[in-house]
Design a protein around this ligand. Structure first.
Ligand code: GLN
Length: 491
């Protein structure tokens, strides 16, 4: 089948399944898709989380407040991908509004359906052959994880697409690429903070935001990372050339060298279900037996237990300031100023934010208020630096910006392995119930992902076969390549 007819077929599928699954906020029109295919060489399909700007699509962040907004410019990541021959951008993907959430349920366009537990039906052969369960996708990059996981119903021999997309970009502020990927049983990579440009990516919490990559194939993740891993003058937080040079090219040999793996002792929590722990330990055992060249060590990140309160103080504070621009004047739907009362000038516009976003804005402004600033925001900043330095002391490799004071010794490790989430994807009903019971419950899903975001370090998340559980492999700040190489050996 030619590239063009395969794309037509895929496009039909996307349009028809999207009504139910809500993967996309905007599917690229077929004529536009076809115009990007220049040769007969294989097509690579991808899509972008809808907080990443492209010239061709509206940008919504799954929020009513951005209705009708067209950025008319390309983010650096989208322009880098655009230049690859036969790489086709299928569209813009659903997310928790502005990236705030862990389940993929806080979107003005509705919750994304997890395609593992409710697979896309093949009209011809699948009828009645599967058990439907309504489980959450995970968020906030919910559409990104779901399309990399969903199998196309195109099972003809010559169909070139096994999944709906070869890869997707998401953003990860506190776990938003890793958790949905884990719950959808695919791989993901959150690079070191600053490695991939954020120009044109709408900020949630700018000191934590990173662009991440999701795919069912580690090699694709590495190829995409190599394309995007560039200094960008347009992003003031982009990692400079001199820091990049400071990071030693890994002399680590992925075939032969023994990898020392740290297990964080403070992560040994009683709240982790026994079944999850069993799956993790079996995995570690298999890794030690089969691959032969790993050594396990216990490491300590003493204050890791403070990560959630630190994150949920800092991230909403940054969000409150980043979202202040949506006042209906320059950005955001316009309210009718004539009708507005004095103090209600922005109220009509701001009410377009969903409940979760409003909650974060309130929380953020509260933490930044003059009475609380010292005891909340500033304190959280200081505590964050503690976490950064404790992670720093664990790794053999030197941090390129803050070299560790702790002497090199045998306790140091190449990477840390931990869980990504503490269970498989929860049932949608239970997730929503627990949320309405306690609005903080949802925050607890990020317990294993947030610490690495605070430290800005690179993490690969890998599913453990047939379990619905994933592990994370994290390395020293800047050593993304080494983490990816070790992941290859584990995967
Ligand atoms: N679930 C976390 C939050 O709501 C992380 C989100 C993210 O990484 N964008 O803040």
């Amino acid at each position: 089948m030619s590239n063009i007819s395969s794309l037509k077929e895929l496009h039909n599928v996307l349009i028809s399944v999207n009504k139910k699954y809500k993967f996309f906020n905007n599917v690229t029109p077929l004529s536009q898709l076809i115009s990007t295919v220049k040769t007969d060489s294989p097509i690579i399909t991808y899509a972008l989380k809808d907080n990443i700007s492209t010239k061709e699509h509206p940008l919504t962040c799954s929020s009513k407040i951005l209705e009708g907004y067209f950025p008319n410019y390309d983010s650096t990541v989208s322009s880098l991908l655009k230049h690859k021959e036969n790489w086709v951008n299928l569209g813009k993907l659903n997310l928790d509004e502005f990236g705030m959430g862990s389940g993929g349920v806080h979107s003005a366009n509705g919750a994304v359906v997890n395609p593992i537990y409710d697979p896309i039906k093949n009209e011809v052969s699948d009828e009645g052959n599967f058990q439907i369960e309504h489980r959450v996708t995970g968020g906030s990059s919910s559409g990104s994880a779901a399309i990399c996981s969903a199998r196309t119903p195109l099972q003809k021999k010559d169909a070139i697409f096994d999944r709906l997309a070869h890869f997707a970009l998401g953003t990860d502020t506190g776990g938003s690429v890793r958790l949905p990927a884990a719950w959808c049983n695919v791989l993901s990579f959150k690079p070191t903070y600053g490695r991939i440009s954020r120009y044109g990516v709408l900020p949630y919490a700018h000191s934590l935001d990173t662009v991440g990559i999701i795919s069912s194939d580690l090699k694709i993740i590495k190829d995409v990372y190599d394309i995007l891993d560039k200094y960008d003058t347009k992003d003031p937080t982009s990692m400079s050339e001199s820091i990049r040079k400071n990071i030693k090219k890994t002399d680590f040999n992925e075939e032969n060298d023994v990898v020392s793996v740290g297990l964080i002792k403070e992560f040994n929590l009683t709240a982790i279900p026994d079944t999850t722990n069993q799956i993790l330990f079996q995995f570690l055992e298999g890794m030690m037996n089969l691959k032969g060249s790993f050594e396990l060590k216990e490491v300590s990140v003493k204050d890791i237990g403070n990560s959630l309160p630190i994150y949920f103080t800092l991230a909403p504070a940054e969000a409150a300031s980043n979202l202040a621009r949506f006042d209906g004047l320059r950005y955001g739907a316009k309210s009718n100023l004539e009708k507005s009362k004095d103090n209600g000038m922005f109220a009509e516009t701001r009410a377009l934010f969903g409940e979760e976003v409003q909650k974060r804005i309130l929380l953020g402004n509260y933490n930044l208020s003059s009475e609380l600033y010292d005891n909340k925001y500033k304190k959280a900043q200081i505590m964050r630096t503690e976490i950064i330095s404790q992670f720093n002391d664990v790794f053999k490799d030197q941090h390129p910006i803050y070299p560790s004071n702790k002497m090199q010794n045998d306790d140091k490790v190449d990477v840390i392995i931990s869980l990504t989430g503490n269970s498989k994807a929860p049932l949608l009903k239970e997730f929503l119930e627990s949320n309405s019971h306690s609005p903080l419950d949802e925050f607890c899903n990020d317990i294993f992902t947030i610490p690495m975001s605070l430290a800005g370090i690179p993490v690969v998340s890998i599913p453990i076969k047939d379990s619905g559980i994933s592990i994370q492999i994290s390395g020293q700040f800047g050593y993304d390549d080494k983490v990816l190489r070790i992941a290859k050996r584990v995967n």
